[in-house]
Design a protein around this ligand. Sequence first.
Ligand code: 3HC
Length: 490
Amino acid sequence: MARTFQTVGVVGLGTMGAGIAEVFARAGLQVIGVEVNAEALERGRGNLDRSLDRAVSRGRLSETERDGIFGRTTFTGALDDLRDADLVIEAIPEIMDFKRALFTDLDRVCGPETVLATNTSSLSVTAIAATTSRPGRVIGMHFFNPAPVMKLVEVVHTVVTEEGLAGDVATLARRLGKTPVTVGDRAGFVVNRLLLGYLNHAATLLERGVAAKEDIDAAMKLGAGLPMGPFTLLDLIGLDVSHEVCEVLFQESRDRVHAPAPILRELVTAGLLGRKTGRGFHSYDDVARPAAGAGGKLGVGSVHVLGEGADELSARLSAAGFKQGEAHEADVVIALSSTPVIEHAVLLPHPERLVGLHLVGEDIAEVVSTVLTVPEVARAVGDLVRVLGRTPVPCADRAGFVVEALLYPYLNDAVRMYDAGYASMEDIDTAMRLGCGYPAGPFEMLDAIGLEVVRDGLRALYAEYREPFFAPTPLLDRLVTAGVTGIRDR
Ligand code: 3HC
């Protein structure tokens, strides 16, 4: 018979735990929130308070509803109070020893039928389950930050999960207004495996000096349509959690793209964990700061445009009042290109005046400096891009520049995961759309961009960086060779 859940315990009331408690209480369940001491309990109550106040002030919740939610929620420092709960979910720090100790205690305290769930980001649910006398009734229930907003719950079953339990927990997730995706117990499950690989890669591009963090954020938000840039998102997730997830991914894959970028470790060691500590990659005490490279007066005498689409851009620049000149004498030469531009530069008498320009979507343009470009020329082109109504993303002359260098390996990894049997294409798409607010899942993106374009872009990235992770997966290669255009149609 299907289980029903009416009373739920939430252990750990930090950002995620408080959000999860809110989600359960909003759906009409009785919630028992547990924290280690009175101070942490007060902080947890404050987290819930603030979130509900915000919802009331925005008119998304009435005061009566808020009072109802608080009426259904109790706060305690005693695990014993969970003895009659139907389900207990843990949201404590990502440290295996802490989790194991907690599950041993929960196993002792709770009735034999209580389901024990973990909100772990990446640790092995199987290893956590093994510390209890009921491994069949231990499951992963993975929420996404901010829990009240993100619609996905990954339901993580292990090889010993009791039959029917994953289905019952998925039904519970639907009752909470979420969409469940059921996955096996593999490092990072679906979302974190794909997401953290991409976020770590962004940190690596930053370390390599390909672009500034503000510009990488702008590129992925405006150029790829993601709700947040990678560094804003890393700060939201928490750099300690992000570092830990990468570490776990690396332990399983042994692939250096998952090895946490050194800058993550440095920031974590410095206690700069992101939003929760007021500073991580970005600082949260002052809000608007100009993007790197912004500003400067437009000082372009004459411009020459070359590459595909040059006529159209030249016409737009003329209409905006810029004088056109020949390539050998113009103050600025713009090479429209989606690939590195140094080979165009070296053909010119003044290679220092050449800047690459890659228009991505409708909102951004990657402004590419070669090793020869003088900074004033790159800045002038950045200003010119603003006149065209786009946000400039200054970057180095590397394959893929910023957007494709980050997006294509992520798409490749999704194909690799599908091929390895992690989940169906549909589930992976749903997970990324609902877990991270992406406008489309990776397979939808692949079909929209074109398999061959992505495959060729990956080949270029591989040729440049010699990173095996960037080489097109054999499945992608085979599909292109076979002339398949829609990966989801196969
Ligand atoms: N708590 C409750 N509600 C919140 C919230 C919070 N912390 N943050 C935002 N909201 C609500 C707002 O109230 C607003 O609702 P309304 O329109 O009804 O008033 C809505 O969300 C939109 O918020 P904003 O207008 O303030 O801001 P945005 O439009 O920029 O949206 C966002 C904020 C929803 C966070 C959006 O930027 C987003 O989807 N970002 C991606 C987040 C993401 O990827 N999360 C997953 C991280 S991975 C993870 O958590 C797994 C872990 O294991 C590592």
